[in-house]
Design a protein around this ligand. Sequence first.
Ligand code: PEP
Length: 250
Amino acid sequence: MTRRKLVVGNWKMNGLKRDLGEVRAIGAAAAAHPGVDVALCPPFTLIADAVAASPGLVIGAQDCHAADSGPHTGNISAPMLVEAGARTVIVGHSERRADQFETSQDAWAKAAAAHRHGLHVIVCCGETEAEHDAGRAERVVQAQIEKSVPDEAAPDWFTLAYEPRWAIGTGRTPSIEAINAMHAIARAKLKQLVGGEAARGIRILYGGSVTGANAGDIFAASDVDGGLIGGASLTAAKFVPIIEAAAALG
Ligand code: PEP
Protein backbone atom coordinates (compact mmCIF):
# COMPACT_ATOMS: atom_id res chain seq x y z
CA MET A 1 0.00 0.00 0.00
CA THR A 2 1.38 3.41 -0.95
CA ARG A 3 1.56 5.86 1.89
CA ARG A 4 1.73 9.52 0.90
CA LYS A 5 4.29 11.53 2.81
CA LEU A 6 2.84 13.73 5.54
CA VAL A 7 4.62 16.70 7.09
CA VAL A 8 3.04 18.29 10.17
CA GLY A 9 4.22 21.47 11.85
CA ASN A 10 3.69 21.85 15.59
CA TRP A 11 4.04 25.47 16.65
CA LYS A 12 3.70 24.56 20.35
CA MET A 13 3.19 27.75 22.48
CA ASN A 14 4.37 30.03 19.72
CA GLY A 15 2.53 32.25 17.30
CA LEU A 16 0.61 35.52 17.31
CA LYS A 17 -1.45 37.17 14.60
CA ARG A 18 1.69 38.87 13.31
CA ASP A 19 2.91 35.37 12.31
CA LEU A 20 0.04 34.69 9.91
CA GLY A 21 2.31 35.64 7.01
CA GLU A 22 4.28 32.47 7.81
CA VAL A 23 1.06 30.46 7.65
CA ARG A 24 0.29 31.95 4.23
CA ALA A 25 3.78 31.16 2.93
CA ILE A 26 3.62 27.60 4.27
CA GLY A 27 0.18 27.20 2.69
CA ALA A 28 1.54 28.39 -0.65
CA ALA A 29 4.39 25.86 -0.45
CA ALA A 30 1.94 23.09 0.41
CA ALA A 31 -0.19 24.01 -2.60
CA ALA A 32 2.90 23.95 -4.81
CA HIS A 33 3.63 20.36 -3.74
CA PRO A 34 0.34 18.48 -4.10
CA GLY A 35 2.09 15.12 -3.84
CA VAL A 36 2.76 15.73 -0.13
CA ASP A 37 0.20 16.16 2.66
CA VAL A 38 0.99 19.15 4.85
CA ALA A 39 -0.65 20.26 8.08
CA LEU A 40 0.14 23.03 10.53
CA CYS A 41 -0.86 23.03 14.20
CA PRO A 42 -0.68 26.53 15.66
CA PRO A 43 -1.88 27.36 19.19
CA PHE A 44 -5.67 27.23 19.74
CA THR A 45 -5.90 31.02 19.56
CA LEU A 46 -4.65 31.11 15.98
CA ILE A 47 -6.62 28.21 14.49
CA ALA A 48 -9.50 30.24 13.02
CA ASP A 49 -7.15 33.00 11.81
CA ALA A 50 -4.82 30.44 10.23
CA VAL A 51 -7.73 28.80 8.40
CA ALA A 52 -8.79 32.21 7.10
CA ALA A 53 -5.23 33.10 6.12
CA SER A 54 -4.66 29.89 4.18
CA PRO A 55 -7.96 28.13 3.44
CA GLY A 56 -6.32 25.31 1.47
CA LEU A 57 -3.86 24.34 4.19
CA VAL A 58 -4.86 21.72 6.75
CA ILE A 59 -4.85 23.46 10.11
CA GLY A 60 -4.81 21.40 13.27
CA ALA A 61 -4.59 21.63 17.04
CA GLN A 62 -2.03 20.40 19.55
CA ASP A 63 -4.45 18.78 21.99
CA CYS A 64 -8.13 18.30 22.78
CA HIS A 65 -10.10 17.16 25.81
CA ALA A 66 -11.75 13.73 25.82
CA ALA A 67 -15.12 15.20 26.78
CA ASP A 68 -17.26 17.27 24.43
CA SER A 69 -18.09 19.91 27.07
CA GLY A 70 -18.26 20.34 30.83
CA PRO A 71 -16.42 21.60 33.89
CA HIS A 72 -12.85 21.43 32.56
CA THR A 73 -11.47 24.92 33.01
CA GLY A 74 -8.98 25.94 30.37
CA ASN A 75 -9.50 22.92 28.15
CA ILE A 76 -10.70 22.76 24.54
CA SER A 77 -12.93 20.00 23.16
CA ALA A 78 -12.96 18.31 19.77
CA PRO A 79 -16.22 19.99 18.65
CA MET A 80 -14.70 23.36 19.54
CA LEU A 81 -11.73 22.56 17.32
CA VAL A 82 -14.01 21.54 14.48
CA GLU A 83 -15.97 24.78 14.85
CA ALA A 84 -12.72 26.76 14.73
CA GLY A 85 -11.83 25.05 11.44
CA ALA A 86 -9.27 22.48 12.61
CA ARG A 87 -9.09 19.28 10.61
CA THR A 88 -6.47 17.39 12.60
CA VAL A 89 -5.23 17.17 16.18
CA ILE A 90 -2.06 15.97 17.90
CA VAL A 91 -2.64 14.01 21.12
CA GLY A 92 -0.25 12.49 23.65
CA HIS A 93 2.67 14.76 22.78
CA SER A 94 5.60 14.15 25.12
CA GLU A 95 5.50 17.75 26.35
CA ARG A 96 1.92 17.21 27.51
CA ARG A 97 2.89 13.87 29.03
CA ALA A 98 5.70 15.62 30.92
CA ASP A 99 4.06 18.97 31.76
CA GLN A 100 0.41 17.94 32.20
CA PHE A 101 1.10 14.37 33.36
CA GLU A 102 -0.95 12.93 30.53
CA THR A 103 -0.99 9.17 30.16
CA SER A 104 -1.38 6.89 27.17
CA GLN A 105 -4.94 6.20 28.37
CA ASP A 106 -5.61 9.95 28.18
CA ALA A 107 -4.25 9.97 24.64
CA TRP A 108 -6.55 7.07 23.76
CA ALA A 109 -9.62 8.88 25.08
CA LYS A 110 -8.66 12.11 23.31
CA ALA A 111 -8.04 10.24 20.05
CA ALA A 112 -11.42 8.55 20.29
CA ALA A 113 -13.17 11.87 20.99
CA ALA A 114 -11.41 13.58 18.09
CA HIS A 115 -12.34 10.74 15.76
CA ARG A 116 -15.98 10.90 16.86
CA HIS A 117 -16.01 14.49 15.67
CA GLY A 118 -14.36 13.76 12.34
CA LEU A 119 -10.86 15.01 13.08
CA HIS A 120 -7.73 13.31 11.80
CA VAL A 121 -5.68 12.22 14.83
CA ILE A 122 -1.93 12.10 15.34
CA VAL A 123 -0.99 10.08 18.43
CA CYS A 124 2.57 10.58 19.72
CA CYS A 125 4.80 8.03 21.37
CA GLY A 126 8.48 7.94 22.26
CA GLU A 127 10.91 7.03 25.00
CA THR A 128 12.81 9.30 27.38
CA GLU A 129 16.57 9.48 27.35
CA ALA A 130 16.79 7.38 30.53
CA GLU A 131 14.58 4.70 28.98
CA HIS A 132 16.68 4.81 25.82
CA ASP A 133 19.94 4.49 27.75
CA ALA A 134 18.52 1.60 29.77
CA GLY A 135 17.67 -0.30 26.57
CA ARG A 136 13.94 -0.02 27.24
CA ALA A 137 12.90 2.12 24.26
CA GLU A 138 11.25 -0.70 22.35
CA ARG A 139 9.13 -1.89 25.27
CA VAL A 140 8.15 1.65 26.25
CA VAL A 141 7.02 2.54 22.73
CA GLN A 142 5.14 -0.73 22.32
CA ALA A 143 3.31 -0.18 25.61
CA GLN A 144 2.44 3.42 24.69
CA ILE A 145 1.03 2.28 21.35
CA GLU A 146 -0.94 -0.53 22.97
CA LYS A 147 -2.59 1.85 25.43
CA SER A 148 -3.09 4.92 23.25
CA VAL A 149 -4.19 3.59 19.85
CA PRO A 150 -7.93 2.96 19.44
CA ASP A 151 -8.76 -0.51 18.01
CA GLU A 152 -10.59 1.01 15.07
CA ALA A 153 -7.62 3.18 13.99
CA ALA A 154 -7.47 3.34 10.21
CA PRO A 155 -5.24 5.12 7.67
CA ASP A 156 -7.87 7.68 6.64
CA TRP A 157 -8.12 9.20 10.12
CA PHE A 158 -5.16 8.00 12.17
CA THR A 159 -1.42 8.70 12.14
CA LEU A 160 1.25 7.66 14.64
CA ALA A 161 4.24 9.87 15.44
CA TYR A 162 7.39 8.34 16.92
CA GLU A 163 9.25 11.07 18.77
CA PRO A 164 12.11 10.04 21.05
CA ARG A 165 11.87 12.66 23.79
CA TRP A 166 15.62 13.13 23.93
CA ALA A 167 15.62 14.21 20.29
CA ILE A 168 12.92 16.87 20.67
CA GLY A 169 14.39 20.34 20.43
CA THR A 170 17.89 19.12 21.16
CA GLY A 171 19.46 18.97 17.72
CA ARG A 172 20.17 15.27 18.33
CA THR A 173 18.56 12.51 16.28
CA PRO A 174 18.85 8.73 16.31
CA SER A 175 20.60 7.19 13.30
CA ILE A 176 18.41 6.62 10.25
CA GLU A 177 18.72 2.87 10.88
CA ALA A 178 17.54 3.27 14.48
CA ILE A 179 14.59 5.44 13.40
CA ASN A 180 13.53 2.97 10.74
CA ALA A 181 13.93 0.01 13.09
CA MET A 182 11.68 1.67 15.69
CA HIS A 183 9.11 2.50 13.02
CA ALA A 184 9.10 -1.15 11.94
CA ILE A 185 8.57 -2.18 15.57
CA ALA A 186 5.75 0.35 15.87
CA ARG A 187 4.13 -0.93 12.67
CA ALA A 188 4.34 -4.52 13.93
CA LYS A 189 2.61 -3.41 17.15
CA LEU A 190 -0.06 -1.60 15.13
CA LYS A 191 -0.62 -4.80 13.17
CA GLN A 192 -1.43 -6.66 16.39
CA LEU A 193 -3.90 -3.97 17.38
CA VAL A 194 -5.67 -2.99 14.17
CA GLY A 195 -4.82 -5.79 11.72
CA GLY A 196 -2.38 -6.07 8.85
CA GLU A 197 -4.21 -4.05 6.23
CA ALA A 198 -4.78 -1.01 8.43
CA ALA A 199 -1.25 -1.21 9.87
CA ARG A 200 0.25 -1.22 6.38
CA GLY A 201 -1.67 1.93 5.49
CA ILE A 202 -1.26 3.95 8.71
CA ARG A 203 1.44 6.58 8.40
CA ILE A 204 4.17 6.70 11.01
CA LEU A 205 5.92 10.06 11.29
CA TYR A 206 9.29 10.68 12.84
CA GLY A 207 9.67 13.70 15.13
CA GLY A 208 12.69 15.15 16.90
CA SER A 209 15.08 17.79 15.53
CA VAL A 210 14.09 17.36 11.89
CA THR A 211 15.49 20.16 9.71
CA GLY A 212 15.79 20.90 6.03
CA ALA A 213 19.27 19.36 6.19
CA ASN A 214 18.28 15.93 7.53
CA ALA A 215 14.66 15.56 6.39
CA GLY A 216 15.48 13.97 3.02
CA ASP A 217 17.55 11.18 4.56
CA ILE A 218 15.08 10.52 7.37
CA PHE A 219 11.98 10.53 5.14
CA ALA A 220 13.69 8.20 2.64
CA ALA A 221 13.71 5.37 5.21
CA SER A 222 11.23 2.70 4.19
CA ASP A 223 9.02 2.83 7.29
CA VAL A 224 9.12 6.62 7.73
CA ASP A 225 6.13 8.36 6.19
CA GLY A 226 7.02 11.96 6.96
CA GLY A 227 7.67 14.09 10.00
CA LEU A 228 6.24 15.96 12.96
CA ILE A 229 8.24 19.15 13.09
CA GLY A 230 8.53 21.55 16.01
CA GLY A 231 11.14 24.31 15.90
CA ALA A 232 11.76 24.07 12.18
CA SER A 233 8.07 24.64 11.40
CA LEU A 234 7.91 28.11 12.92
CA THR A 235 8.97 29.91 9.77
CA ALA A 236 8.39 29.17 6.12
CA ALA A 237 12.11 29.63 5.53
CA LYS A 238 12.82 26.57 7.69
CA PHE A 239 9.67 24.55 7.06
CA VAL A 240 9.42 24.78 3.28
CA PRO A 241 12.73 22.89 2.68
CA ILE A 242 11.27 20.05 4.77
CA ILE A 243 8.12 20.02 2.63
CA GLU A 244 10.34 20.03 -0.45
CA ALA A 245 12.40 17.12 0.90
CA ALA A 246 9.20 15.10 1.30
CA ALA A 247 8.01 16.14 -2.16
CA ALA A 248 11.29 15.02 -3.73
CA LEU A 249 10.59 11.50 -2.47
CA GLY A 250 7.20 11.44 -4.17
C1 PEP B 1 7.97 18.13 18.53
O1 PEP B 1 7.88 18.76 19.56
O2 PEP B 1 7.02 17.45 18.13
C2 PEP B 1 9.23 18.20 17.79
C3 PEP B 1 9.49 17.26 16.93
O3 PEP B 1 10.05 19.25 18.07
P1 PEP B 1 11.44 19.61 17.34
O4 PEP B 1 11.22 19.43 15.86
O5 PEP B 1 11.69 21.04 17.70
O6 PEP B 1 12.47 18.68 17.87
